[in-house]
Each structure stands twice: as structure tokens, then as C-alpha cells.
Design a protein around this ligand. Structure first.
Ligand code: NDP
Length: 336
């Protein structure tokens, strides 16, 4: 008998067909967001689930899902999932690393260029019929070429961002939990510095760390105060990595030149001060959203789920200690 699974949001038809070849699928092709109670009700009798960032998977949810074996996130970040609680419950968790690196790096550059060169602000000006001809001091921005780029988190995405900086002749500094191998530093043309030095020397600071307790407000009031006057902050990582209230203050009092933000604390809510600022470019968490990449993410998550439920060996397992207890048949590996 095919295992029962849930897909919490609309997904590509061919991915659904692939899943249906292996599983009995309950799909939310109407794309109605599920609140916690609805998710719990729909997941109560399922063996697996394809989740997205809006789905919170925690101990409370797991307690009502005794058959659940696998939670497969359609994202590389997995801060919506309590990994420890899943491990305790014997539930495999997977993510989708690698397939979105280049698209997310491309979009980071879109934010860098749009913020530094005031693309969105000047577009709005033109559309509002306020353009009355060329003049010398109109919409002057900051140069990106030869500016110092700082990268916090030189992982898969951070490295792709660094590689793209070479075309702009930018010195690249980075800070990460550890210094990268020399060949990685050479490929990225990037120099390792301490976090404070990174923050203080960057003309453009871009963040590519995961969200965790160790990265909560890793750019907070203190770090913002250390940034160069007129510097630009880019966050295409996760809400909560930046203290949005402190950022809004730093932008309002003119210390920072601008910010390009794809992610926010308490998404989809937006800090009210940010919406009114002209030196801020705001996008709704779409850094990975090219058609090809979103499809690749969905298919990878689906393959993770099918592998988890059929072999217990999904390619991108985040808690391998669970796999050890995977039975060939029968109920979920967790005794509840
Ligand atoms: P990686 O794990 O490859 O890279 C993250 C890097 O950050 C690693 O080098 C890691 O070091 C480093 N790091 C972790 N904690 C700290 C810290 N406290 N201080 C300094 N460096 C730290 O992840 P990815 O590059 O694949 O993705 C990064 C994040 O980007 C994801 O977790 C996700 O939240 C976000 N993202 C956002 C998208 C969007 O749509 N806006 C799209 C895709 C990703 P180490 O390996 O040593 O732990």
C-alpha cells in the first residue's frame, strides 16, 4: 500500500505526478495557507509531508502525528522545523541544498545593484509622472564597482555571491564560523576577517548565514553602529538575522546609505517604518524564485520524501541519527 502524504502548498503538476507514483497524495493545489490547527488535522494520519517555510513543525504538531516518518522542506533553510523535536520523535527531516545557490546569489546582486543605484525609487518617480528631464544631480547613488563587499557566511550561497563580485572589481572580505580552505578563498578572491572588522570595513555588507539562536540579531544595534556611514546592508538570508527595528532606526537617522531586504522578522509582516523609506528595496522572500530553481527545489524535496519513505535514505537528511532506526515496513520508527 502506498504511504499517505500531505503537500501543504501548491506544487508543480509533474512533481505531483512523481509523488503520486509512489504515495497516496493529499495536495493543497488550491494553495490555501494552513494555520497550525488545519495543518495538524491534515497531517494526523500521514507518513510524510512536503512543507514550506510557513509551516511550523514542532513538538506539539508531532504529538498528533503518530505515523509521521518524514518532513521534507522545500527550502535549504529549515528554521521553521524543530529539528531536535523531530529527532526525538524519530522523524526524518530533509532540505534542498545546492539547487538554489546560483539563483539566490543572482538575486542578492539584484538587491545590491537596485539599492546602490536607486533603481526602485527612480522607477516609482518615473511612473508617478514626476520626471521632467535630465539633470546632473538626479538620483545619484553609490558605485558598486570597486566598493568593498563584505560577506557574512561563506557557505554555498555566500561563495556564489563572492564569485560574482569579481566582475565588479570589488575587494571581498568575509567572516564565517571558520576560515575557508585556501582554494575556496582563491576561487572567491575573498579574505577572512573577524566579524567586527567585516562590519566596519564593508561598503556593502551581505548576509548568508542560516537563522538559528547563534545568528539571532547577528546584525543588531551594535553592529549597525559600527558600519561605515553610507554603507548598504543586504539581507537575503532569513528574518531575525537582522534586528529590523534597529535597522529602521539606522536608516531613518541617515547613518546607513540603504538596505536591500528579501526577508523580515515576523514574515509576512513588515516593520512599519521600513515600508515608508525610499532608500530601502523590499522583496517578498523571492531570492530563490526563478521558475527553474523553484521547480528544482520542489522536485528535490519530493525525491527526498519518496526516498525517506521507501528506503529510509533520503539524499539530504538533516538528522541521520533517525535513519539508523528505520524499519523496512510497518509503522513509523518512533514509539509514541
Ligand atoms: P550554508 O550552510 O552552505 O552556508 C551558511 C554559512 O554560514 C556557512 O559557511 C556557515 O558556517 C556560516 N555560519 C553559520 N553560523 C554562522 C555564524 N554564527 N557566524 C558566521 N557564519 C556562520 O547555507 P546556504 O548558503 O545554502 O544558505 C544560507 C541561508 O540562506 C539558508 O540557511 C537560508 O536561510 C538562506 N536562504 C534564503 C533564501 C531566500 O529566498 N531569501 C534562499 C536560499 C537560502 P559553518 O558551515 O561552519 O556552520
Amino acid at each position: 500500500m502506498k504511504p499517505d502524504i500531505l503537500v501543504t502548498r501548491e506544487i508543480f503538476d509533474d512533481v505531483l505526478e512523481y509523488l503520486a507514483g509512489h504515495c497516496a497524495v493529499a495536495a493543497n493545489q488550491g494553495d490555501t495557507p494552513m494555520d497550525a490547527r488545519t495543518l495538524a488535522r491534515n497531517l494526523a494520519d500521514k507518513a510524510g509531508v512536503l512543507t514550506t517555510l510557513g509551516d511550523r513543525v514542532d513538538a506539539d504538531l508531532l504529538a498528533g502525528c503518530p505515523r509521521l516518518k518524514a518532513v521534507c522542506n522545500i527550502a535549504v533553510g529549515f528554521n521553521n522545523i524543530d529539528l531536535a523535536a523531530c529527532t526525538r520523535a524519530g522523524v526524518m527531516v530533509t532540505n534542498t541544498p545546492g539547487v538554489l545557490d546560483e539563483s539566490t546569489a543572482d538575486f542578492t546582486w539584484a538587491l545590491i545593484l537596485a539599492t546602490a543605484r536607486r533603481v526602485v525609487e527612480s522607477d516609482a518617480h518615473l511612473r508617478a509622472g514626476e520626471w521632467h528631464g535630465w539633470y546632473l544631480k538626479q538620483f545619484m547613488g553609490a558605485d558598486v564597482h570597486h566598493a568593498t563587499l563584505g560577506i557574512l557566511g561563506l557557505g554555498r550561497i555566500g561563495r556564489q555571491v563572492a564569485r560574482r563580485a569579481q566582475g565588479f572589481d570589488m575587494p571581498v572580505l568575509y567572516h564565517s564560523t571558520r576560515q575557508a580552505d585556501p582554494q575556496v578563498e582563491r576561487a572567491c578572491n575573498a579574505t577572512f576577517v573577524g566579524k567586527d572588522e567585516l562590519v566596519a570595513r564593508s561598503d556593502i555588507l551581505t548576509l548568508h548565514v542560516p537563522y538559528a539562536s547563534s545568528t539571532h540579531h547577528i546584525i543588531g544595534r551594535q553592529e549597525l553602529a559600527m558600519m561605515k556611514p553610507g554603507a548598504i546592508l543586504i539581507n537575503a538570508a532569513r528574518g531575525g538575522v537582522v534586528d529590523d527595528a534597529a535597522l529602521a532606526e539606522a536608516l531613518a537617522d541617515g547613518r546607513l546609505g540603504g538596505a536591500g531586504l528579501d526577508v523580515f522578522e515576523n514574515e509576512p509582516a513588515l516593520h512599519p517604518a521600513l515600508a515608508g523609506m525610499r532608500n530601502v528595496v523590499l522583496t517578498p522572500h523571492i531570492a530563490s524564485s526563478s521558475t527553474a530553481t523553484r521547480h528544482a527545489m520542489a522536485m528535490l524535496a519530493a525525491r527526498n520524501l519518496v526516498a525517506a519513505l521507501t528506503t529510509g535514505q533520503p539524499p539530504h537528511l538533516l538528522n541521520p541519527e533517525v535513519r539508523a532506526g528505520f524499519p523496512a515496513e510497518g509503522p513509523g520508527p518512533h514509539a509514541r
